[in-house]
Design a protein around this ligand. Structure first.
Ligand SMILES: N=c1c2ncn([C@@H]3O[C@H](COP(=O)(O)OP(=O)(O)OP(=O)(O)O)[C@@H](O)[C@H]3O)c2ncn1[C@@H]1O[C@H](COP(=O)(O)O)[C@@H](O)[C@H]1O
Length: 110
């Protein structure tokens, strides 16, 4: 299923410098990073609201909006979904609690 992320990311990349009047993504790139980040923030809030409403179908819809706009932010920095997937793979099997304890221990030793 991650192929869909690659395909959408390729379309997003191709919209850089494209005519803003013909493409939503080109319009966001044209507005700049602040506008992209505003959309990421809005979609994160809408995800929280859908979850608080207990509306599972809407949660999926809003998370899709959040992922999509996050991918535009990644593209702004020249990054790809694979960069995030690689980070998740690096964390695989590493308990969040163990990682937190190791980080605290390292800070105390500084
Ligand atoms: N996956 C998406 C996608 N998800 C959401 N959106 C758009 O993101 C916007 C979400 O904003 P909101 O929900 O806040 O709705 P809105 O009120 O219309 O937005 P605002 O006016 O508030 O900014 C809507 O306009 C959606 O249509 C998307 N637009 C495009 N894509 C993908 O990106 C590709 C390229 O799109 P274009 O650049 O438009 O050709 C498409 O082929 C799709 O694969």
């Amino acid at each position: 299923m991650s192929e869909i992320l690659d395909r959408v990311a390729a379309v997003i990349d191709s919209r850089k410098g494209a005519d803003p009047s013909t493409s939503y993504v080109a319009k966001l790139f044209d507005k700049g990073l602040d506008a992209i980040l505003k959309k990421v923030g809005e979609e994160a809030t809408e995800t929280v609201m859908a979850a608080k409403d207990g509306d599972a179908k809407k949660v999926v819809y809003e998370v899709a909006d959040l992922w999509f706009h996050s991918m535009i932010a990644l593209s702004h920095f020249g990054l790809k979904p694979d960069d995030v997937l690689a980070e998740l793979a690096r964390r695989e099997g590493l308990s969040g609690l163990a990682e937190f304890a190791a980080r605290n221990q390292a800070q105390q030793q500084q």
